[in-house]
Write a protein that binds this ligand. Structure first.
Ligand SMILES: CC(=O)N[C@H]1[C@@H](OP(=O)(O)OP(=O)(O)OC[C@H]2O[C@@H](n3ccc(=O)[nH]c3=O)[C@H](O)[C@@H]2O)O[C@H](CO)[C@@H](O)[C@@H]1O[C@H](C)C(=O)N[C@@H](C)C(=O)N[C@H](CCC(=O)O)C(=O)O
Ligand SMILES: Nc1ncnc2c1ncn2[C@@H]1O[C@H](COP(=O)(O)OP(=O)(O)OP(=O)(O)O)[C@@H](O)[C@H]1O
Length: 486
């Protein structure tokens, strides 16, 4: 793309700059390539302005900065380089957000789950749908891991372009408050903005200075979308939609909502662990949701409300929710026996407490929790996980996780300190594959077994190396070997 064309995105009067071809946009000098435009960003650890010279030496054709920098190439000044990068990226990638429906989801909890519910419903209605979020970027068979829930705006635009080119009609994106604060989703308008809920999180360090700032950042989404889908049961919703510029459609148990949930019940049938509820208001039907936990009524109702605005048929909503799966989040794995096996990402005490409490409500014969803990991470996490599992599971099976540079047995010894504070029964099987085998071979009808810790990960990190370890594959191999030996 020609530089002058690119600069129209930031309304820069470009008479003075040579109209060279720009090969790429780069915001990390280490990744600068010949002919790129280098955008200087100020971050928590570094200031990109200091690296402008390095970028030019690596071939950058132009530098975009907030203050004059020394570099042997033209320097273009702008007030806010993060915002500029967002607008330039949209231009560079040909405004993909204008070529599909883009839906953003914000909230403290439920973003990933709601995003996958949306995808499941939209695909059930025959619409190819991409997702950008904590699990990575997913469209068709492509899954790209990302560092952030909401990636930098350059990546957001690049992935949206790839989705459009791959035939996606919809893109559902988790929008974190930090992403909003850092303008990672600036430069385009969301068709819908979804709000799940708001509670304390992400305060301190490089994140938000206080709850007021956290809320103010989340509320930005409702000035960046055409229609906001709002949970009015959340006491903070008025703060979230303060100064909104979008239409508002509401959901909740509150009878005044546009779509209202009623009478949820937990459902367990072989191969299905979920929740059922009725919807009234603008629509009237019953939904079965294939992810356990009453809070999933909220996530499902949020997705239903959004899909109702998109005119998606109720049958697709029902089918999508009945078959929804989120990789590594209470993900059921089909088993030959009459027990339930789930893979979950819970890898700290809070998430383990949440998943075990959720599953306990289904009255399993036994609740078995297999888990380990990461090496080279705070030991307190291990004590706490041991204590939570000891208190809430009928049996803990302790094993390896990503041991990194630590000895697995040392990690297990720390977990046992936590377990010892409880009466919880446990067994110790350091090899994770063998621990999974033990769980499957010893499962009894009615048991719920949760393999906690690895979730969507497909590796085990030992001594600085990542070894392939996808629990779905491991389970398949174990089942095959059990079949052969029987
Ligand atoms: C604190 C924070 O948000 N950091 C994010 C930020 O990095 P940064 O700008 O602070 O990076 P920096 O190291 O200070 O560098 C500043 C600039 O100098 C450049 N640089 C640096 C060194 C060099 O040699 N050359 C160079 O050009 C860097 O490329 C960067 O442009 O910009 C990066 C690119 O977008 C992000 O990956 C990175 O997220 C880090 C990994 C992170 O952990 N962020 C968390 C707080 C976060 O964003 N979380 C949210 C919420 C998750 C949730 O809901 O749970 C998320 O969306 O992920
Ligand atoms: N609507 C909800 N209300 C309360 N808790 C929820 C809700 N949805 C999910 N949770 C809990 O939060 C956990 C994380 O859910 P999910 O990954 O969907 O949220 P998220 O917003 O994407 O979180 P994160 O930013 O931490 O990835 C779930 O395992 C569940 O325990």
């Amino acid at each position: 793309m020609k530089l002058k064309q690119l600069l129209t995105a930031i309304k820069y009067r470009a008479e003075q700059v040579p109209d060279v071809d720009i090969t790429d946009l780069v915001y990390d000098s280490r990744k600068a390539v010949p002919g790129c435009a280098f955008v200087c960003l100020r971050g928590a650890n570094a200031d990109g302005h200091k690296y402008a010279k390095m970028a030019a030496e690596k071939g950058a054709a132009v530098i975009i900065a907030e203050e004059p920098v020394e570099a042997p190439v033209p320097v273009i000044l702008t007030d806010n380089t993060r915002l500029a990068l967002a607008c330039l990226s949209a231009e560079f990638f040909g405004h993909p957000a204008e070529q599909m429906h883009v839906i953003g989801i914000t909230g403290t909890k439920g973003k990933t789950t709601t995003a996958f519910m949306m995808r499941s419903i939209l695909e059930a209605a025959g619409h190819k749908t991409g997702v950008i979020g904590t699990i990575g970027v997913l469209y068709g068979d492509t899954l790209v891991q990302t560092d952030n829930t909401t990636p930098e705006n350059y990546e957001v635009q690049k992935f949206m372009r790839q989705m459009v080119d791959a035939g996606c009609e919809y893109c559902v994106m988790e929008v974190s408050s930090i992403g909003l604060k850092d303008h990672r989703v600036a430069g385009f308008t969301f068709e819908l903005g979804l709000f799940t809920n708001f509670s304390e999180d992400h305060i301190g360090g490089a994140e938000h200075k206080d709850m007021a700032e956290y809320m103010a950042c989340k509320s930005m989404l409702f000035r960046m979308c055409r229609t906001g889908i709002i949970n009015i049961d959340d006491p903070n919703y008025t703060g979230i939609i303060k100064n909104h510029t979008c239409n508002i459609v509401t959901y909740g148990y509150d009878k005044s909502a546009d779509l209202v949930a009623h009478g949820e019940e937990l459902v367990t049938t072989p191969g299905f662990l979920g929740v059922r509820f009725s919807v009234t208001g603008k629509l009237n039907f019953t939904a079965d949701v294939a992810i356990p936990g009453k809070f999933n009524v909220y996530n499902a109702l949020c997705a239903i409300t959004a899909c109702s605005v998109l005119n998606i048929p109720v049958t697709a909503m029902q089918h999508g929710l009945k078959t929804v799966k989120v990789k590594g989040r209470v993900e059921p794995v089909p088993m030959p026996g009459d027990f339930t096996l789930l893979i979950d990402y819970a890898h700290n005490a809070v998430s383990m407490q949440s998943i075990l409490t959720t599953l306990r409500a289904y009255n399993p014969k036994r609740l078995i929790c297999m888990f380990g803990a990461g090496g080279n991470r705070p030991k307190v996490r291990r004590f706490e996980m041991g204590e939570v599992s000891g208190n809430l599971a009928d049996l803990s099976v302790i094993t390896a996780d990503n041991s990194r540079y630590e000895n697995v047995l040392d990690i297990l010894a720390d977990i046992k300190v936590g377990l010892a504070k409880t009466d919880g029964k446990y067994i110790e099987i350091p090899d994770r594959r063998e621990a999974i085998r033990w769980c499957i071979e010893n499962a009894q009808p009615g048991d719920i077994i949760v393999l906690a810790g690895k979730g969507h990960e497909d590796y085990q990190e030992i001594e600085g190396k990542k070894y392939p370890f996808d629990e779905r594959v491991v389970i398949r191999e174990i089942l095959d070997s059990m079949k052969q030996s029987s």
